[in-house]
Ligand binder design. Sequence first.
Ligand code: G6Q
Length: 549
Amino acid sequence: MTTHIPYLTARPAWKALESHSNAIRDVHLRTLFADDPKRGRRLTAEAAGLYLDYSKNRVTDETMGLLLELAKQSGLQDRIGAMFSGDKINITENRAVLHVALRAPRQTAIMVDGENVVDRVHAVLDKMADFSNRVRSGEWKGHTGRPIRNVVNIGIGGSDLGPVMAYEALKHYSDRSMNFRFVSNIDGTDVTETLRDLDPAETLFIVASKTFTTQETMTNAQTARDWLIKGLGGDNNAVARHFVAVSTNAAKVSEFGIDTANMFEFWDWVGGRYSLASAIGLSTMVAIGPEHFRGLLDGMRQMDQHFRTAAFEHNLPVLMGLLTVWYTNFFGAQTVAVLPYEQYLNRFPAYLQQLTMESNGKHVTLDGTAVDYQTGPVYWGEPGTNGQHSFYQLIHQGTRLIPCDFIAFGQSLNPVGQHHDILMANVFAQAEALAFGKTQAEVRAEGTPDWLVPHRVFGGNRPSTTILAERLTPEALGKLVALYEHSVFTQGVIWDIDSFDQWGVELGKQLANRILPELDTKNESGAGHDSSTNNLIRRYRQMKQTGGT
Ligand code: G6Q
């Protein structure tokens, strides 16, 4: 049963938001706070141990009411239900979208094509746990009988960014007697620098690739394999003890020479950028151990449950998704800055870039109509306080509106001296400065000469959301990841786009495959491109020859 949902700009709530946005555009956050002394406690929501303060956004109760109405008129509740029940909502690839099944409890049933996928999920999780324990305890031996001390994940995109981000985020919980490294880029420097000081006898490679055909990953895996065999005296049998695979493609895994007994399976209903909770998380599990990995899944599950069941007005991912729609479509905002005040989250913005931009960087609706409204904004960011000494200037005094997400924790995992209080003072101060700014009168009152006053004025009225959690545990990370996943989903439903395909990455891959043989100087130089591309290829061929390659 599908109810007809009008085109976005024809939905009554959209039209109401248009006129409302004109009315609110010039209202300052100073006024909103002055008019409602309880605003800072009222416009907040809390779930699963995450506290969301959205009071410093340019919204009133009316705005929130209309945005929530827009969510309803966009059929969000039905679409959430469709995702959780395994409907094939990734329509351009005819696939279910079931990352939520990866963290479903053992006893649950989620059916895809007549099969309960939760059973399979737990079978793989158990196999991963067994393997991780064997590697961590030293029971799993390398070819020469030595235990594994280095784990290298080879993957790219969704098969890399989640694992790197989670490893960095959860380093505090990891086995410090082992090294964890990640190779992704096709640039030979990546694999070379990663392997240069490692001993092959103690190194395990996890080749993480859903398709097991990705050019970068397969090339890097081949190079790693050559390095290993060479380092272990030329014995091909060494591969079995030093390579495992994470993939959906058993045939390609065994073609590469990896025993499928050492393959950890996942499924086509897990999108790359949503795959951290699947076997793609194997490197994370080896690093932090199965118990902590289950903590990560548990955190995700709590947020899944909240997203699925909480009323929209208290629903964290829904609120965050709607705020992004608000600024993107009614304030012309082009970006969202994600600013974690937690050093361990240093790769979180990079991870979110893929999650958000590959999901919602779309130009047509589900039925193929070109949109005439903006979709996914650019996400970017750096951990605090570093950004304060660089790009924050533009956020405070530049000409663009940049909504910010601040993420911070009540307790530090490394409580040294006054560091954590100073860190937290800064995150609170930034949100306050952005919202309230500093008026001309305030600048003058400080004795600033007239000519300097305009330079020192902060207009304020710059929106931000603050997310607070108690402590960066595996569970808390899981909640944060699922919070953003579902915020992205909410945005995609409003914009009526397929958040789960990524056709935009295909054209470049095809053209690279066409150009590759043309770079080989033994072949005729291709001349079938535009004059710029032809010329660049010609120059490169000349450079190669002068370099003697
Ligand atoms: C993510 C994308 C993409 C994918 C990589 C790696 O959603 O699908 O980033 O993860 O292209 O693909 P493989 O895992 O198949 O190597």
